[in-house]
Design a protein around this ligand. Sequence first.
Ligand code: MLT
Length: 398
Amino acid sequence: MPKLNEHYQNLKESYLFSEIAHRVAAYKDAHPDQKIIRLGIGDVTLPLTPLALKGLHEGVDAMASPDTFKGYGPEQGYQFLREAIAGYYARNGVTVDAGDIFISDGAKSDTGNISELFSQDNVILIPDPVYPVYVDSNIMGGKQITYLPGNAGNRFLPMPDPSLHADIIYLCSPNNPTGAVYSRQQLTEWVDYALREQAVILFDGAYEAFITDPDLPRSIYAIPGARQCAIEFGSLSKTAGFTGTRCGYTVVPKELVFPTSGGGELSLHAMWNRRQSTKFNGTSYIVQKGAAAVFTEEGMAQCQDHIRYYQENARMIADTLSRKNILFFGGVHSPYIWFRCPDGMESWEFFDYLLHQAQVVGTPGAGFGENGKNYFRLTSFGDHDSTREAMERLERLL
Ligand code: MLT
């Protein structure tokens, strides 16, 4: 009889977005004529940009001829894409070595899989509220988590407690779900703390392209010393509309070398390379061609047009909440708006209320952790008309 990984028993019964999809489907079945507006999961609605499509088409065409056909590719990703990403970092004033970049099918897989590199006896700091993948992947591995509370008092930007030791620290900025963004000064404090504690920061930068203020860091590597203490995750999902196309990347600097219990040392770069070569066969060539087009100057300019479109939705949502005097965070350098549920409601209660009374779907803050239980997240990834309509419904309801 197999012995099962019983740590799975410690997970919530279902993944947050599966639970939401399930509740919405049940409501839809019971009310087939009602028009539901979905501002729940952060899934994009605009099609891919012309240059991304051109890159994808070139990739497909290459598969049609024996001279250009591609079979298995490098597990780390094609050099042309690793260099395109390093070039994008450079245009944003950050130096990243193309050889430190690993291409993947998205930041969700990488932020989940990375925990395999760390043993069970680490002090793991994870903010609460947080993207559930960081928590669930550690629970699956039977690891203990120390939560870093985010709340209105710290504007959902928890800072290190110098009296507490940590080995692994998860940070996400711009933050999912709260939309809060760490300043340069705040990230410098985190990097200094990590260096002092010899900790590793796992920095999720999936939403960096939404930052419009040049003073806000778009990468942990904008902070001196970060190459000695941080791994960074990037994604094309929200930047370039690749939620369905799937492409992300992880930067693991070769500087990240730590002692082993036996007196030797191990490099996180070498370990991740070993892990990926064993368990991952690379992102498809076609997708990588599309991704490389995204990282050109013109490709990114087209993505920024899409991001501005979504930012207009965020502004509509923020205006509605402001008019209703509801406390909210995010929505400026982020596609997410995070607000306090009205009338002291708890977030699942508000989820059902909004779905049943206004046919609008959002994401209950409780799904992101204990500190989210009185908060609610809306995304700006809808189209203008449905976002406007959702806000009209919200305005009437609240
Ligand atoms: C979200 O809604 O939080 C994200 O879309 C989920 C994800 O990126 O996996």
